[in-house]
Design a protein around this ligand. Structure first.
Ligand code: ATP
Ligand code: MG
Length: 428
C-alpha cells in the first residue's frame, strides 16, 4: 500500500514555498497600497451560501463543488471560490453598518476546491488571491479594481497581458437580453448540448459560457447584451471605459464574455496572458466584476460590490523562470565534539538577536560543514575548535570578502551585527 496525495492537489515543498511567500508578499504590498485589508473566512460553508450566490445552474456549483453532509446532517461544501464566503461574513458581521468606511475593502488569499479534470494550471485544490470592495456603485471603483489587478500582475512580472471587459448591465438590461436570447436560441434547441438544453430553461445566459464547440458555433450568431443595455447601464460602462483610458490601461471589449458565476452584473473583466508557459493561446489568470445584487441575495441590505480573484498557480507559471535568492547570515562550523556546547550557546544568542544561523548536528568533518554553509549561502562562517574553546574566542570569516578575524565569544553573543560590520569595515 502506498499513499499518494489526492488527484489534482500539490505538495508545496520548501524549495517552492519561498516563491509562494514571495508572491504573497508582493500581493499583500500592492493590495494594502490600495487600502485593502485581509479577511479570513472558513474553508467550508453551508452549501446554500454557494448555491445562492454562484447559482445552482453554474458549473461551479452543479458539477465542480465538493459537497458533504457533516455528522450533524448539515449540507456543507468546500469553498470553490472566495467571494461567497466573504459576502456571507460581510452580512453576518454587519460590515455595512455606519461605523465602517465605504467602500469597505478586503482581500483574501487561500485554497479553493473544485472537482475538475487536472491539467497545467487547473487543479482540484488551487489558490486564489482576491479582493472585494463593498458599498460603492461608482464606475471609478470598477476602474480602480482593474488598475489594482494590472499592478498586481505586473509586480509579479507578468508581461503581454490582455484586458477583456464586458458588461452584463443592470437587471432591466438583463431581462430584455434574456428574452432576446431565448427567442434566438429556441429554434436551435434540438442542436444544443444536453447541458445547454437545461440552461435554456433555467439560465440561458450560461449558454454563452459553454465549452461545447457546437454550442459555441450557435452562440456566435446570438444577439449581444450591449444592444440591450438601459441608458443607465450604458452610462456606467462608458464611464468605466473613460476611467480606464485616463489610467492608460488598454482593454478590449469581449461582448460574449459572461463569466462562470451567476452573481455578476455591470462590469465584468478577465486578464489573460499568452505566455508560452500556457502552451499556446490566451489563458485567464485573473477575473472579476461587479455584483450589486449579491449582498442582498445573502440576506443583507442592498449593497453594491466589485472584486476579482487571481489564480495563484497560473500567476506562478508566469514566474517560473524567476529564482528566489536566499542567504543565511551565519553558519557555525565545529571542529570536534567538545565545540558543540559552545556552538549551541552561540547560535542561541544570535537567534535571540534576530539573526538566522545554522550549525552541524551530525558530527561531520569541517569540510562537509563548510559545504553546507556554502549551500545555504552563508554570509559569515564562524569556526570553533580546541584553541578557540581554550581562549573563549571564535573565528569569523566574511565569505564574500574573505576577511577573517578572531572575536571573543562573549562579544559575538552580545552584538553580532556590530562585529559583522567591523569585519566589513576591515575590508575597506
Ligand atoms: P476557467 O474558465 O479557466 O475554468 P473560471 O472562470 O472557472 O476559469 P474563476 O471562477 O473566475 O475561473 O476564478 C478566477 C481564477 O482562478 C481563474 O482565472 C484561474 O486563474 C483560477 N482558477 C479557477 N479554477 C482553477 C483551477 N481549477 N485550478 C487552478 N486555477 C483556477
Ligand atoms: Mg472553471
Amino acid at each position: 500500500m502506498s499513499y499518494q496525495r489526492p488527484k489534482g492537489t500539490a505538495d508545496i515543498l520548501p524549495g517552492q514555498s519561498a516563491l509562494w511567500q514571495h508572491v504573497e508578499a508582493i500581493a499583500k504590498r500592492i493590495m494594502e497600497s490600495y487600502q485593502y485589508r485581509e479577511i479570513r473566512t472558513p474553508l467550508f460553508e453551508n452549501y446554500d451560501v454557494f448555491a445562492r450566490s454562484s447559482g445552482e445552474t453554474s458549473d461551479v456549483v452543479s458539477k465542480e463543488m465538493y459537497t458533504f453532509a457533516d455528522k450533524g446532517g448539515r449540507q456543507m461544501a468546500l469553498r470553490p471560490e472566495g467571494t461567497a464566503g466573504v459576502v456571507r461574513a460581510y452580512v453576518e458581521n454587519k460590515l455595512y453598518g455606519p461605523d465602517h468606511e465605504k467602500p469597505y475593502k478586503v482581500y483574501y488569499m487561500g485554497p479553493m476546491y473544485r472537482y475538475e479534470r487536472p491539467q497545467s494550471g487547473r487543479q482540484r485544490e488551487f489558490h486564489q488571491i482576491g479582493v472585494e470592495a463593498f458599498g460603492v456603485d461608482s464606475p471609478a471603483l470598477d476602474a480602480e479594481v482593474i488598475a489594482l489587478a494590472k499592478d498586481l500582475l505586473e509586480a509579479l512580472g507578468a508581461k503581454h497581458l490582455k484586458f477583456a471587459i464586458n458588461t452584463l448591465g443592470d437587471p432591466a438590461s438583463r431581462a430584455a437580453y434574456h428574452q432576446a436570447l431565448v427567442a434566438f436560441l429556441t429554434p436551435f434547441q434540438a442542436q444544443l448540448s444536453a447541458d445547454s438544453k437545461v440552461r435554456l430553461e433555467k439560465n440561458p445566459l450560461r449558454i454563452l459560457d459553454s465549452k461545447d464547440k457546437g454550442d459555441q458555433a450557435i452562440v456566435a450568431g446570438a444577439p449581444k447584451i450591449l444592444d440591450y443595455l438601459t441608458p443607465e447601464a450604458t452610462a456606467h460602462f462608458e464611464a468605466v471605459q473613460g476611467f480606464l483610458k485616463a489610467l492608460g490601461i488598454p482593454y478590449e471589449i469581449d461582448a460574449d464574455m459572461v463569466r462562470g458565476l451567476d452573481y455578476y452584473n455591470h462590469t465584468i473583466f478577465e486578464v489573460m496572458s499568452d505566455d508560452a508557459v500556457f502552451g499556446g493561446g490566451y489563458t485567464t489568470v485573473l477575473a472579476g466584476g461587479r455584483y450589486n445584487g449579491l449582498v442582498e441575495e445573502l440576506g443583507g441590505p442592498q449593497t453594491p460590490g466589485v472584486g476579482f480573484a487571481m489564480g495563484v498557480e497560473r500567476a506562478m507559471l508566469l514566474l517560473s523562470g524567476q529564482a528566489i535568492e536566499t542567504a543565511l547570515p551565519a553558519y557555525i562550523v565545529t571542529i570536534g565534539e567538545a565545540a558543540q556546547a559552545a556552538a549551541l550557546r552561540l547560535a542561541h544568542a544570535l537567534r535571540r538577536q534576530g539573526v538566522a544561523v545554522d550549525m552541524d548536528f551530525q558530527g561531520r568533518k569541517p569540510k562537509a560543514q563548510f559545504k553546507s554553509a556554502n549551500k545555504a549561502n552563508a554570509q559569515l562562517v564562524m569556526t570553533l575548535g580546541d584553541s578557540e574553546l581554550a581562549s573563549a574566542t571564535v573565528q569569523v570569516k566574511n565569505m564574500q570578502t574573505g576577511v577573517q578575524k578572531e572575536f571573543k565569544q562573549a562579544a559575538v553573543a552580545e552584538d553580532f551585527r556590530a562585529l559583522a560590520a567591523q569585519l566589513e569595515a576591515d575590508h575597506e
